[in-house]
Ligand binder design. Structure first.
Ligand code: CP3
Length: 351
């Protein structure tokens, strides 16, 4: 499809959507709110739909993706929808043998250990993920005024799964490869940046209104290593969408030391976990970009008065940044009560 700047649909939404206005550094009449992982895990209607379908198979079924993405929008009326997929989907689509194991997460059959292991990491073509374009097209027709956020995993977080072979707390093998073979490391991250860019490109060209780059595990690095080994690759991904008119959200967990660098990598909005208060985070980001966050996801288990005060505190502190999008500091916890999530949306909107 031709890339001719803002689509008419996107132009219309940018003026009216609280989410898109806050992302652009504006102060809409209400604080916009959505939740990472709002699609899935907590909803009984999601569990029913997924009962007999493996995770990655559900991501390859445009009707299922559309329905799962819409379920939390019907329930919670958030200010944005997040496309239902997974960060390892594009890896599987180019031929990496990766599966999502229930209760574990992504598991890679042949972890990357040497140069020859990189050969499988070819660029992603739109035809590899036809079902993604189809689902995004169906979604933007159904969503009306609610913007759709596309997403992808950032090169470092994807590299960690590929090198460790699965989830890791310490990212030991990842850092060992990074320090011992910088040439192989940069080749790997360059290829992952290209795959991630391809996956986001498909979503944006099909009509996604914003993108979020998930570097969930980047917080394992200090700032110096992040700047040397990771930031240039994430920056290339973010720069590829500079002229699309879609806000770029850059998120990680435990990234208090990286907030400035993650903004400088080319984000319009910096996602913040719950460890750094948003007014402090806004200072670290540099005062020139919007922030997203940052209620502790475990707050849903607090008594109602404590929860309400903590929601208001996040809103007050968020006002220190040029724009604020309310979210949790990481994904909703699977045990969360959907009723409490709906209540949080109301509390934010009443603020
Ligand atoms: O948990 C669910 O919502 C159910 C569906 C599901 C997803 N991924 C959706 C998803 C499942 C079972 C997975 C597998 C998976 N992938 C896991 C284990 C999850 C678990 O709790 O069992 C993990 C850790 C991954 C890898 C992954 N996927 C990461 C690190 C991220 C970035 C966000 C994060 O949590 O740090 C994802 C993205 C992801 N997976 C999204 C969805 C719907 C997109 C983001 C979103 O909806 O906010």
């Amino acid at each position: 499809p031709p890339r001719s700047g803002l689509s008419p649909r996107r132009r219309g939404l940018t003026a009216t959507s609280p989410f898109l206005r806050a992302a652009a550094g504006d102060r809409p009449e209400r604080v916009p709110v959505w939740f990472m992982r709002q699609a899935g895990r907590v909803l009984p209607e999601y569990r029913a739909l997924r009962a007999t379908t493996a995770m990655l198979d559900s991501c390859r079924n445009a009707e299922m993706v559309t329905e799962i993405t819409l379920q939390p929008v019907r329930r919670f009326r958030p200010d944005a929808a997040i496309f239902f997929s997974d960060i390892v989907l594009p890896l599987a689509a180019v031929g990496v043998d990766v599966d999502i194991v229930a209760g574990v997460g992504p598991v890679v059959a042949h972890p990357i250990r040497a140069r020859a292991d990189l050969d499988v990491l070819r660029p992603l073509q739109p035809d590899d993920v036809q079902y993604v374009s189809t689902a995004v097209g169906m979604l933007i027709r159904e969503l009306g005024e609610t913007p759709l956020i596309g997403f992808a995993g950032a090169p470092f977080t994807l590299a960690s799964y590929l090198i460790e072979g699965g989830p890791s707390r310490s990212h030991t093998r990842t850092k060992a490869l990074m320090y011992s073979d910088p040439e192989l490391w940069h080749d790997l991250l360059g290829r992952l940046a290209e795959i991630t860019t391809g996956f986001l490109r498909v979503q944006v060209d099909a009509g996604a209104d914003a993108v979020q780059l998930f570097d969930s595990w980047a917080g394992a690095l200090n700032e110096e290593d992040y700047l040397r080994y990771v930031a240039p690759h994430s920056a290339r991904v973010l720069a590829a969408f500079a002229d699309d008119g879609v806000p770029r959200i850059h998120f990680g967990v435990n990234t208090g030391q990286l907030l400035g660098a993650m903004g400088a990598a080319g984000a319009d909005v910096v996602g913040v976990d719950w460890r750094v208060p948003l007014d402090e985070a806004a200072l670290r980001v540099g005062g020139d970009r919007a922030v997203q966050g940052n209620l502790d996801p475990a707050t849903v288990f607090a008594p109602a008065d404590v929860l309400a005060e903590k929601v208001r505190d996040v809103c007050r502190r968020g006002a220190a940044a040029p724009g604020h999008i309310f979210n949790f500091g990481h994904g909703v916890l699977p045990e969360s009560d959907p009723g409490v999530l709906a209540h949080i949306v109301d509390l934010v909107h009443e603020f």
